[in-house]
Design a binder for this molecule. Structure first.
Ligand SMILES: [Fe+2]
Ligand SMILES: [Fe+2]
Length: 196
């Protein structure tokens, strides 16, 4: 009886040991993957931090170049909002216990350059220039919306609730700006540009 019992627990013990090892390996792999994902997430935070700072430098040039007072005011408001986006990202770095760092964002650099060439290629004080400025600004907004949307989701998946909340708040503001720019374009500037 004792012999039977010992032979039957042998394979069971082996199976338990194998299962435990498999769970252990899976846990190590999961930790490793989460570590990699966190690294990627922090890298993307640096990208958008650089982008926001670059936008902060570009917006005063757009305010100066815009002809419509309504558009100027919208850019002015977004400049203030951008300072808030930068500060939220700094809070996110702090929550993660990471130093506040930026990493050059080639995409935003390109979109801002495109905006500068629109200014160079259009007449000052025209609705055509304003149309171009809105187009350039909305490309920036869409880049930001895609980035904040993706990063907020990633933060949630990583269990970073407070960071996700910060990113979601900024996401809502970027969407609002995008909608406002569409409204300005549709309600006045595009018609004026067509009649110039
Ligand atoms: Fe922003
Ligand atoms: Fe923005």
């Amino acid at each position: 009886m004792a012999k039977t019992s010992s032979t039957s627990t042998g394979p069971v013990k082996k199976t338990i040991a194998k299962t435990a090892a498999a769970i252990g390996n899976a846990a190590i792999e999961k930790d490793h993957n989460e570590g990699k994902l966190m690294e990627f997430f922090c890298d993307q935070l640096k990208d958008i931090y650089w982008a926001e700072n670059h936008i902060k430098i570009a917006l005063p040039k757009m305010i100066k170049a815009a002809a419509s007072p309504v558009l100027q005011a919208a850019f002015q408001d977004h400049l203030k909002a951008t300072a808030g986006h930068i500060s939220r990202l700094e809070q996110a770095f702090e929550l993660l216990g990471k130093p506040v760092r930026g990493k050059k964002c080639e995409a935003i650099e390109g979109i801002v350059l495109e905006g500068e060439s629109i200014i160079a290629e259009t007449e000052p004080g025209t609705a055509v220039r304003d149309t171009g400025l809105i187009l350039a600004a909305q490309k920036v907004e869409h880049y930001e919306i895609a980035t904040y949307g993706g990063l907020a989701q990633l933060a949630t998946n990583l269990g970073l609730t407070d960071v996700a909340q910060l990113l979601t708040t900024t996401l809502a503001e970027e969407k609002e700006t995008d909608a406002l720019l569409t409204e300005i374009a549709e309600n006045s500037i595009n018609c004026e540009a067509a009649s110039e």
